[in-house]
Design a protein around this ligand. Sequence first.
Ligand SMILES: NC(=O)c1ccc[n+]([C@@H]2O[C@H](COP(=O)([O-])OP(=O)(O)OC[C@H]3O[C@@H](n4cnc5c(N)ncnc54)[C@H](O)[C@@H]3O)[C@@H](O)[C@H]2O)c1
Length: 218
Amino acid sequence: MKVLVTGSSQGIGRAIAERFLSQGHTVYGIDRQEGGIVSERYTHFQCDVRDREGLPELSGIEILINNAGTQNEDDIDINLKALIYITEKYGVQPAIRSILNIGSASAHTGAEFPEYCASKGGVLAYTKNVALRVARFGATCNSLDPGGVFTPLNECVTSDPELFAEIMNETPLRRWASSEEIADWAYFLTVTNKFCTGQSILVDGGESINFHFVWKED
Ligand SMILES: NC(=O)c1ccc[n+]([C@@H]2O[C@H](COP(=O)([O-])OP(=O)(O)OC[C@H]3O[C@@H](n4cnc5c(N)ncnc54)[C@H](O)[C@@H]3O)[C@@H](O)[C@H]2O)c1
């Protein structure tokens, strides 16, 4: 299938692009950094997702993975508004089979930076809107909402043993995911899955169900 992945140069997006390539798909990547993937079935477009004029003309995309994202840097414009533009441009058309938006557990908890969690909350609602509109093509649209994942995005806390131990105390499964683990979910939700749509799938080690029950001892 023809797959478009944004933010494909590193982290989760790169793992997703490599997962699809390993299964024989044709992959297009859009990232503001240079592409590092070497494959005859991979085409890289170095472009900022906010740059509407710079986006490539691609037709017949069958799977769209909206992954490019940042924290504390124009988050609404990058994580939400560019994602909407890209989805309308490449995703809402008859060849589409599946759209997956990489959201975040913070859309559900309100945790992290204010504009970041608001941008991901917007992705949650927009996912449902798109799911209804692409259903007529027999396509699905979901969001995959990770908790902590080891990527360059959050190196500042994963490389600090004290801070990371504190984070582990807030994570019931006491670990973070790898990018490859998230890529497996992305593949399942876009290729295997054909009936779950308009949903947000939380893959967060229990981060979003963490709470402290306060009650009087007998
Ligand atoms: N790592 C985590 O713990 C975590 C948790 C929840 C959600 N997410 C989400 O997963 C997605 C990927 O995050 P990651 O951890 O792999 O981050 P990352 O920083 O490692 O990779 C993001 C990629 O997107 C690209 N990118 C960023 N802004 C761009 C722009 N304006 N135009 C084009 N390319 C751009 C970057 O160049 C980079 O290659 C993001 O949407 C992020 O919010 C990550």
